[in-house]
Every structure is written in C-alpha cells, then in structure tokens.
Write a protein that binds this ligand. Sequence first.
Ligand code: PRP
Ligand code: URA
Length: 209
Amino acid sequence: MSKVHVFSHPLIQHKLSIMRNKDTGCKEFRELLDEISMLMVYEVTRDFPTEEIDVETPICTAKCQVLAGKPIGIIPILRAGLGMVDGILELVPNAKVGHIGLYRDPKTLEPVEYYCKLPEDAEHRQLIVLDPMLATGGSASAAIGFLKKRGCSNIRLVNLIAAPEGIARVQKDHPDVDIYVAAQDEHLNEHGYIVPGLGDAGDRLFGTK
Ligand code: PRP
Ligand code: URA
C-alpha cells in the first residue's frame, strides 16, 4: 500500500487557507500555488539519494553531497497541474516536463484524455505527477496508468488537496505510488467537488469562470 504524506507545515497551511477563500483572485491564487508547490517539492525530494564529490573551495578540497540517482521528470496534468510547474522548477531546474491533458467529463466524472507529450527518456526518470485536486482520483489514476504503459515505474503524486475517495482510488490502482498532499479534506459533494476544497482549481487559476 502506498503512503500518504500530509504536509502540516504552518507556511503551507497558511497559504492554502488563503487559496480556499472564494474572494481570493486569480493572480494571488496563482502566486500561492506557485509558492506552495515550491515548499512541497522540498519535502517530496527529501529522501532522494545523494553522492559524495570533491569540491575545491577557496580554502581546501571538501567532501560535498550532490543529487544522484535518476534524473527528475515532472508531469503536470492539464490544465490545473500547470500551476504547480514553475514553483517546482525553481528548486529542480534541470527537471524535464511532460504534459498529460485530461479533463473530467462533468456528467460521468470519468477522465477524457486529449494530450500526452512526455520526455523521450521518461521511463528512466523519477517522475512527479502534479495536480492540485485529487477528487474521485479518476484523472490521477488514468495519468499514472499512461505513464506505466510507457514503461515508467518511479512515480510520486503531488496534490494540493485530496479527498479520501481519490486517495483510496489511487492506492487501489497504484499501490506503488506515494501521495503527497497539503490537505486531506472531508468528502466529495454530489457534483464530485471536494468539500470544503477550493472550488474548480483550473477555473480559479486561469480565470475561466
Ligand atoms: C480537475 C483537477 C483534476 C481533476 C480531479 O480538472 O485539476 O485534474 O479535476 O478530479 P478527479 O480526481 O475526480 O479526476 P478538470 O477536469 O476540471 O480539468 P481542468 O484542469 O482543465 O480544469
Ligand atoms: N476538480 C477541481 O478543480 N475541484 C474539485 O473540487 C474537484 C475536481
């Protein structure tokens, strides 16, 4: 069974509370998502391997640590996952970015794929899938499924807010994928929205409603 990591850091919680407020506008919403994503990736990468190298400082040769292991790929689920990319690239600037386009059919709540472009060597990378909202889990589960079909196996999922239903779905479909969230909310409403949530993340990010 995969693990769920909930980030209770005060800075993350403070910023998320402002994002939840319905009166927070697009610009501030985008900036906050950017900042929280940066804070979250710091924790998501905490156990990444490092190796020792020699560095010539102005004083002497020092034994120093640098990132080792697989190169990183970040995979935003369009559209709302795009809002998490820049914050993460601030801290892992060499990561490659793949895009998976999915939208949730408003009636069936089933994910519909419309775009997929991954780094050529995606299967050799440590992948971090991004989507602010994990509701039914259909979109995240489908996106992870596409990646696995492409031969990818090192995958972590990062969400801002997750519903218990979405977590259960991803854990059932992908027990090898750990989930990192800023908050685990109460439940889904009859329209598949997370309660209390923050509304439609894509619309709030891009001002489409
Ligand atoms: C939202 C959100 C997730 C999905 C979550 O996207 O960004 O991708 O819904 O719901 P699920 O867990 O039930 O699949 P949406 O389909 O609204 O598309 P958008 O990002 O283009 O707005
Ligand atoms: N997608 C969103 O953007 N918000 C929700 O609450 C559920 C799905």
